[in-house]
Design a protein around this ligand. Structure first.
Ligand code: NAP
Ligand code: ZN
Length: 354
């Protein structure tokens, strides 16, 4: 077994704290990675605090991982020691169901294995995520990070990037389309960058009036403060597509009303409590759709990374030492982050020496 060190939550109401644990030795198809950076996703917080009711403790969150390959199994052909690589939300899937055959491992009919809080096939225990110094992952779930991108700012692409890229592609967002993004957090700011790089006109809906200028700088054409009834009249019945990234229950009708006939609103936010059910007439009178989307497959994640490499797209980040993770969670809950915390894993040395 490999000795590892990271930050874990031991209970729903416990802060994250230093934790020693073990990972499997690299198997013939495995890549061992020294983690340099790991983004902080709101899903990490939902899981650490057992808000989805499925957390097994201790849990080591983190699924926006960037690092260097330090060892490879003897059947690995795509990576060599020293490569800059990434790991996102999944580390395995059944590989034989229809979804896996179509490159949609996130919808694996037998359940994909999450990067953390998933069932580790080899050790019989759980998977542990990227708030740690190293990770061992099957080659087919390891991504290549374009070398022109800043590795710290690229780490959020592994979840926030693909979770927004995949629905934008699936609903064919591009030139000539008017696209709403709801919520300017980690996912929302990537959605603005990606949708505008795809050629769409992007309107941001936010509850935070002080984010207006940032949204315009990130590529939005306009900003609507969703609490303002007058502002909400401006694009009523006019949007082709909306990506809703909000991490809390809210009134979906507010945004469904912004869609034109046959428009779609896709939910990617995954709040602990349900949204109130929307008005049926808001859907049927204009043949609107309400949909959902889960991260993205491995091939599509590589496609997104290459797209970001070509367009020089990374996340706007605030780099933090891991000792600040609990504070970062509190700030994320207050929407006080521009726009993704990323942990500098060098900071772990401070605790491991202790
Ligand atoms: P985040 O950085 O905290 O951003 C969420 C944004 O939602 C906030 O910045 C805020 O934007 C808005 N918001 C928060 N509370 C709100 C409230 N009470 N009412 C209205 N708006 C509110 O979180 P994130 O990392 O982007 O993640 C967003 C959600 O997506 C989380 O639930 C996460 O678990 C989920 N997620 C889903 C997938 C998937 O595959 N579907 C993947 C990753 C994450 P404004 O200040 O602009 O209003
Ligand atoms: Zn995530």
């Amino acid at each position: 077994m490999i000795k590892s060190f990271g930050y874990a939550a031991l209970a729903a109401d416990a802060p994250l704290a230093p934790h020693r644990f073990e990972r499997r030795e690299p198997q013939p198809q495995d890549v061992q990675i020294e983690i340099m950076y790991c983004g902080v996703c709101h899903s990490d917080l939902h899981t650490a605090r057992n808000e989805w009711g499925n957390t097994v403790y201790p849990v080591i969150p983190g699924h926006e991982i960037v690092g260097r390959v330090t060892a490879i199994g003897d059947q690995v052909s795509k990576f060599k020691v020293g490569d800059l690589v990434g790991v996102g939300c999944m580390v395995d899937s059944c590989q034989h169901c229809d979804a896996c055959h179509e490159g949609l491992e996130q919808y694996c009919e037998n359940g994909f294995v999450g990067t953390y809080n998933g069932e580790e096939g080899h050790t019989g225990g759980m998977t542990y995520g990227g708030y740690s110094n190293n990770i061992v992952v099957k080659e087919s779930f390891v991504l290549r990070i374009p070398e022109n991108l800043d590795p710290a700012a690229a780490s959020p692409l592994l979840c926030a990037g693909i979770t927004t890229y995949s629905p934008l592609r699936h609903w064919k967002v591009g030139k000539g389309m008017k696209v709403g993004v709801v919520g300017l957090g980690g996912l929302g700011h990537m959605a603005i960058k990606l949708a505008s790089a795809m050629g769409a006109e992007v309107i941001l809906y936010t509850t935070s009036p002080n984010k207006r200028e940032d949204a315009l700088r990130l590529g939005a054409k306009d900003v609507v403060v969703s609490k303002d009834r007058d502002e909400m009249k401006k694009y009523r019945n006019s949007l082709d597509f909306i990506l809703n990234t909000v991490a809390a229950p809210h009134n979906l009708d507010l945004f469904l009303n912004q869609l034109k006939r046959e428009g779609t609103m896709t939910l990617v936010g995954a709040p602990a409590e349900q949204h109130p059910s929307p008005e049926v007439f808001n859907l049927i009178l204009k043949r609107r759709s309400l949909a959902g989307s889960l991260i993205g497959g491995i091939a599509e994640t590589q496609e997104m990374l290459d797209f970001c490499g070509e367009h020089n797209i990374v996340s706007d980040i605030e780099l933090i030492p891991i000792q600040k993770i609990n504070e970062a969670y509190e700030r994320m809950l207050k929407s006080d982050v521009k726009y993704r915390f990323v942990i500098d894993m060098k900071s772990l040395e401070q605790d491991s020496a202790a």
